[in-house]
Design a protein around this ligand. Structure first.
Ligand SMILES: Nc1ncnc2c1ncn2[C@@H]1O[C@H](COP(=O)(O)OP(=O)(O)OP(=O)(O)O)[C@@H](O)[C@H]1O
Ligand SMILES: [Mg+2]
Length: 423
């Protein structure tokens, strides 16, 4: 028989075995779970990194995961989204490239059209100028013949209108020539003081007439730029300063700032409100001439100033306060005093002796007739010709050599004024 003791031992052994088996199973599943969760965490971290790279605009980032399971599906989803984003971005970029190219082409076309128009106007101007010039000559002749007659006032009116027309025309021409790029810049080293003296002479009387104080601060500075164009800028700025100042004065000053010189025209005048300070540089903008009275200017001065400054590569700056005054400044590069070349001595305008013979050559008969009238009034002998050949014929038949030759540069038959003179 089996003793009770034996039975209880078997029972105990079985229990111990079962407990050991359970422990082993528990350890195994624990290890398995730990491994699995580590793998999952790694995959999720990887997906997180890919999403992070996508968020920072790296659309080439892709999740590299085995396709099976939920995390694999997540990875595939993220990849699909990245592909879609990349394709979309590519398309957008393509569209932007196309739109930019389209705009550039349009801008180019507009610029060329603008250029062609300016060139056309600049080219036509030579021919437009001639009848206008002839007109002013005729008016001058008419005036000389009709002194103390009833027609005098009428003639003076015609004269004023012609002068206004020439003024407008010349300003428009300046603008179109500047736009067409036919004005060349000739920079030289030159002393500023001489130019300031000339300007003082030019504007002294106008300022005195308005009881304005016009001061030029003396300055011993050499500039490097095109003196003719600089002077045109200053003439416009000073004329404005005097015109738009009712009391007080105008100061023209210059100050060195490193390699540049700042020329300033400062007035105590009406000023320009902040919202108009850009506008006044546009053509035909006038703040103080609502009636657009032509005798009060055309509104082209500052448009010419800004074009000239752009051509020269100089900066124009405007500071102004309404009712207090304005300051227009121009920054010009410093020059080198040792490189100043003295200008050619200017020929002094002489008096034409009364027994002189003047030869006038011009292909425009209106100009010839106008000039002839004028010379006639001055009692000067005149020979007119429309070409070099005609001039030589006339002089041969007269047997005289002219004392003065006035000739148009562009003449028919491919000749020019220089050729007339050398013959
Ligand atoms: N120094 C200034 N003070 C106040 N206003 C000014 C000054 N300079 C220019 N302006 C304003 O800017 C406008 C444009 O000036 P701009 O020189 O272009 O034309 P304009 O003087 O009217 O005519 P133009 O110079 O063609 O004879 C002027 O009409 C004036 O209203
Ligand atoms: Mg002006």
């Amino acid at each position: 028989g089996v003793s009770r003791e034996q039975i209880s031992r078997v029972k105990r052994d079985t229990l111990i075995h079962a407990a050991l088996l359970m422990l082993a199973a528990l350890l195994l599943t624990g290890a398995l779970a730990w491994r699995l969760s580590r793998q999952l965490a790694g995959q999720l971290r990887h997906v997180g990194q890919v999403v992070g790279r996508l968020a920072s605009h790296d659309l080439t980032a892709r999740a590299q995961l085995p396709p099976a399971g939920e995390v694999g599906a997540l990875g595939a989803g993220v990849n699909a989204m990245a592909c879609a984003l990349q394709a979309h971005r590519g398309e957008l970029e393509q569209r932007i490239r196309e739109a930019t190219a389209h705009l550039a082409a349009k801008k180019d076309m507009a610029e060329r059209a603008h250029h062609a128009r300016s060139r056309f106007f600049a080219a036509a101007s030579h021919d437009l100028r001639q009848p206008l010039h002839a007109l002013s000559l005729f008016v001058a002749a008419l005036k000389a013949r009709n002194q103390q007659t009833e027609a005098q006032t009428l003639i003076e009116n015609i004269e004023a209108s012609t002068a206004a027309l020439e003024l407008l025309f010349n300003a428009l021409l300046d603008i179109s020539r500047l736009d067409a790029g036919t004005i060349e810049v000739h920079p030289v080293h030159f002393p500023l003081q001489k130019m300031l003296c000339d300007l003082e002479q030019q504007f002294g009387a106008v300022a005195a007439e308005k009881r304005l104080r016009l001061r030029f601060r003396p300055c011993d500075i050499t500039l490097y730029s095109d003196p003719l164009l600089i002077e045109r800028i200053l003439v416009n700025l000073i004329a404005n300063a005097i015109r738009y100042t009712d009391d007080g004065g105008v100061l023209v000053a210059c100050r060195r700032r490193g390699h540049m010189v700042r020329l300033s025209v400062i007035d105590t005048g009406r000023g320009i409100p902040p919202d108009q300070q850009e506008n006044v540089f546009h053509e035909f903008v006038q703040l103080h001439n609502p009636a657009r009275d032509r005798s009060k200017g055309l509104g082209l001065g500052l448009a010419i100033v800004s074009r000239l400054a752009r051509l020269l590569g100089h900066r124009v700056d405007l500071r102004s306060r309404p009712d207090h005054g304005s300051m227009f400044s121009l920054d010009v590069p410093c020059g080198d005093a040792s490189l100043i070349r003295s200008p050619a001595p200017a020929s002094t305008p002489g008096q034409i002796p009364t027994d002189a013979l003047v030869l006038l050559v011009d292909d425009e008969s209106a100009i010839l007739r106008g000039m002839a009238e004028l010379f006639d009034n001055w009692n000067i002998d005149l020979v007119t010709a429309r070409s070099a050949g005609e001039a030589v014929q006339w002089l041969d038949s007269l047997g005289r050599v002219p004392d003065v030759i006035v000739s148009d540069f562009r003449l028919p038959d491919d000749t020019d004024g220089i050729e007339v003179i050398t013959r």
